[in-house]
Design a protein around this ligand. Structure first.
Ligand code: PEP
Ligand code: MN
Length: 256
């Protein structure tokens, strides 16, 4: 199937240039978000990420700032003019997240939530659909069909690693899935090497591998002080390492 590009606030996924999305795992406060967003802008990144609602495995860990986090995202988006992608965990939050974000992210833990997918199919906003960490490629593509069947064909897929027997990485990056999903679904596919690896030393080599396999972009977690991050610090790049990666990997015509 031929690939249909998806344009989000002027950023083209599936076009000639790969997309670079960067930002913190979670919005923690105004200052750190602002520093991450400035680092993303100066690295030439296409979009800013940041979760206000965090689907944590443990209920005892930071769950995100919620509506307050959305307010911070909206404010940095309007001051810096960088488009935003942020996760929505429930149908009742589609409206509020849509006010702060240009693209709505469905997380790995919600990929199987058909009620949420159905509502997102009706919302008229582009969706970044992450692969469930226990989902086959077919299940992931069927999840995308919930969106399409409701009339939303502005779908971008994100490979973020799957659970395997391997304990030395958080998940196992499935490079073949990038190739197969692009071919079969006709949607752009980006990759999230941070959640795949769970460790920052693998982010750069895996990023290169993803683009070599044909990924339409990358999503990278960054933090001004990863050791103090409230979530996913081990897999987040500090701002300096990120700007180095973005510069070294910068494609000929720049990021999308
Ligand atoms: C995230 O992007 O921060 C996230 C929670 O990712 P995933 O849903 O892939 O675990
Ligand atoms: Mn994360």
């Amino acid at each position: 199937m031929s690939l249909r590009p998806v344009t989000v606030a002027g950023v083209e996924f599936g076009g000639p240039r790969p997309v670079l999305i960067a930002g913190p795992c979670a919005v923690e406060d105004e200052e750190m978000l602002d520093r991450c967003a400035r680092a993303a802008v100066s690295a030439g990144a296409s979009m800013l990420r940041g979760g206000a609602f965090k689907p944590r495995t443990s209920p005892y860990k930071f769950q995100g700032l919620g509506l307050e986090g959305l307010r911070m995202l909206a404010s940095v988006r309007s001051s810096l003019g960088i488009p935003v992608v942020s996760e929505v965990m429930s149908a009742d939050m589609i409206g509020p997240v849509s006010e702060a974000a240009d693209m709505l992210q469905v997380g790995s833990r919600n990929m199987h939530n058909s009620a949420l997918l159905t509502e997102l199919g009706r919302c008229g906003r582009p969706v970044l659909l992450k692969r469930g960490f226990m989902a086959t490629i077919e299940e992931w593509l069927l999840a995308a069909e919930y969106l399409i069947n409701e009339g939303n064909d502005r779908v971008v897929l994100c490979e973020r690693g799957i659970r395997t027997i391997e304990p030395w990485t958080r998940n196992t990056l499935d490079l073949a899935a990038i190739v197969i999903a692009r071919r079969k679904a006709g949607f752009p596919v980006i990759a999230d090497p941070c959640h795949a690896a769970g460790r920052r030393d693998l982010v750069e080599p895996l990023s290169k591998a993803c683009l070599a396999a044909g990924a339409d972009g990358l999503m990278i977690e960054i933090h001004p002080d990863p050791a103090r991050a409230l979530s996913d610090g081990d897999q987040s790049l500090d701002l300096e390492a990120f700007s180095k990666l973005a510069a070294e990997m910068r494609p000929a015509g720049g990021w999308a």
